[in-house]
Write a protein that binds this ligand. Structure first.
Ligand SMILES: [Zn+2]
Length: 528
């Protein structure tokens, strides 16, 4: 009794001290004793980069956040959150870039070395939250995320529990599967559950550490020979909807920690680019049968994936939009979608639009074009000022395979400074077309992206955006919508791309392929 009282008093003092000092190093365990909180590092780089685009991604594009800044990515790790108090968190570096072209080797090495240096300084670790996208391409290096996790293991050792969180458009190589312990990905596309998925990766890690169960006994991995674009695999429509609806119930079974289906990334040409199913848990039978069921379900519906909205050539799309009485009529300019990995500066679509007679006069149908990067044009527009006349070239500095830089001659309607991605944005009117020209490339996804430039989408006849499927804000305001199969680094017509290194046979490229072996392969645990 006396010792118990002492123990309780001692632990109270320690907890009080840790609260006062803010270091949260100690906690009460269930017996009233005191134990150290797990030490968990955070690291990761997120980008999807197209190897079919001539663009290169440099280190600045990752906007790397360091040490405590990393917490700002995760509201579920805010200072007053429960999860923040469940561990001693040691964030290193987390970088998140807009999708783009292949990452330079220098950028990759620099970010990896900085991460490894910080990991070396602050070890040892009980856990590591590896927060990646999974579709990074790096010059001269296959499977960068697999390379990164191996190099992390070399620093932190094999005992640390690594929990990996990914985008469902990422790729899971055998090497990545082996070196991680827990792994999960989003279950929704568009990714409305991104934060929820990251939190699940963290929650699963914390509970495995707190319960002492540690690494899962079994990790089942099944490569599914399917490669499809995101624009065909939204979980809002069938068959993606029903397929992904099977994931949560699968993961919630006794004996399972998590279950996940990766669509994979279609615009890189490596053997790892294909769909994958993974299930982790402690019950071998349930882990393998669950993985096999999910893989089989995916394979069975492979031919049912269709574009999430009607598609057409640009010419047909413009004809429909001009003839329609539904406004705004939104056209997705898909081939150069910067949020899938396009360079964002392809001028082909804009060139075609400005060549149409309908838009030559100010009284033609109003059209907003978002967007084209053109730093020199922006400079000239600033010199001319709002209301002034400007004539200069824009676009095609990086991806000029389909059309050269375009000469825009018109009236400056708006100039805005300070956007994180674009830096400076200009609206220039040419005929009845309002063109957004940016200093640096920027995706236009929100209504405020337009209203801050004085553009009213709802009062415009036609809106052409470099995007694939519409993000919710644009989707909800569309009167009609078509996805134009335009050229670019993320051409949605995958059969136009020259794959050389993906595994074959692969659906849909090899239509007559036999049913593949979808038996679960058990990945060795990371400490084997
Ligand atoms: Zn994605």
């Amino acid at each position: 009794m006396k010792t118990d009282m002492k123990k309780i008093l001692f632990s109270l003092v320690l907890v009080a001290l840790s609260v006062v000092s803010g270091c949260n190093r100690l906690t009460n365990d269930q017996d009233g004793g005191v134990k150290e909180l797990p030490r968990i590092a955070i690291a990761g780089l997120a980008i999807e980069s197209s190897t079919f685009s001539p663009a290169l991604t440099h280190e600045e594009a990752f906007h790397a956040r360091v040490a405590d800044e990393v917490f700002s990515f995760y509201p579920f790790l805010s200072p007053d959150s429960i999860n923040r108090r469940r561990a001693n968190w040691i964030p290193t570096i987390r970088g998140h870039a807009l999708p783009g072209g292949i990452v330079t080797r220098e950028a990759y090495e620099s970010l990896v070395m900085k991460t490894l240096d910080l990991l070396r300084e602050n070890g040892p670790y009980d856990g590591l939250f590896f927060d990646i996208h999974g579709a990074m391409s790096v010059v001269g290096l296959d499977d960068p995320e697999g390379d990164f996790i191996v190099r992390i293991r070399e620093v932190i050792g094999k005992k640390t529990l690594i929990s990996t969180s990914m985008d469902l458009h990422g790729n899971v190589s055998w090497r990545l599967a082996q070196n991680t312990d827990l792994i999960t990905c989003y279950r929704m596309a568009p990714h409305e559950d991104a934060l929820e998925s990251k939190k699940r990766a963290v929650d699963n890690m914390l509970s495995r550490l707190e319960s002492g169960k540690g690494k899962p006994a079994f990790k089942a991995w099944i490569p599914v020979p399917i490669l499809l674009p995101g624009e065909k695999t939204s979980t809002r429509i069938e068959p993606g909807k029903s397929l992904y609806a099977k994931v949560a119930p699968a993961a919630n079974q006794e004996g399972i920690i998590d279950a996940a289906i990766w669509i994979g990334y279609a615009w890189a040409d490596e053997p790892r680019n294909h769909a994958v199913v993974m299930v982790t848990g402690d019950n071998k039978e349930i882990v393998t049968s669950t993985a096999e069921n999910l893989a089989k379900s995916f394979w069975e519906v492979r031919s049912d994936f269709k574009f999430v909205a009607p598609t057409a050539s640009l010419e047909e799309s413009l004809n429909m939009a001009i003839a329609s009485d539904k406004h705004p009529f939104i056209i997705s300019d898909m081939g150069d979608n910067p949020t899938a990995g396009g360079a964002g500066d392809v001028t082909w679509t804009l060139t075609e639009i400005l060549a149409r007679p309908e838009f030559k006069s100010e009284n033609g149908p109003s059209l907003i074009y978002a967007s084209i990067p053109g730093p020199e044009f922006v400079e000239k527009a600033i010199e001319a000022g709002v209301g002034g006349k400007v004539e200069a070239y824009a676009g095609a500095a990086i991806d000029h395979r389909f059309a050269p830089p375009i000469k825009l001659s018109g009236t400056v309607e708006a100039i805005e400074h300070g956007d994180k991605h674009a830096e400076t944005e200009v609206v220039v009117r040419v005929g009845s077309v309002h063109i957004i020209v940016t200093k640096k490339r920027k995706p236009y996804h929100h209504e405020t992206d337009f209203t801050r430039l004085g553009l009213d989408l709802r009062e415009t006849d036609i809106v052409v955006v470099k995007i694939g499927y519409l993000v919710p804000e644009l989707y909800n305001m569309r009167a009609d919508w078509i996805m134009a199969l335009t050229p670019g680094g993320v051409d949605q017509d995958l059969e136009r791309l020259d794959y050389e290194r993906i595994n074959r046979p692969m659906f849909p490229f090899d239509q007559d392929m036999k049913d593949p072996d979808l038996k679960a392969q058990l990945v060795p645990t990371s400490d084997e």
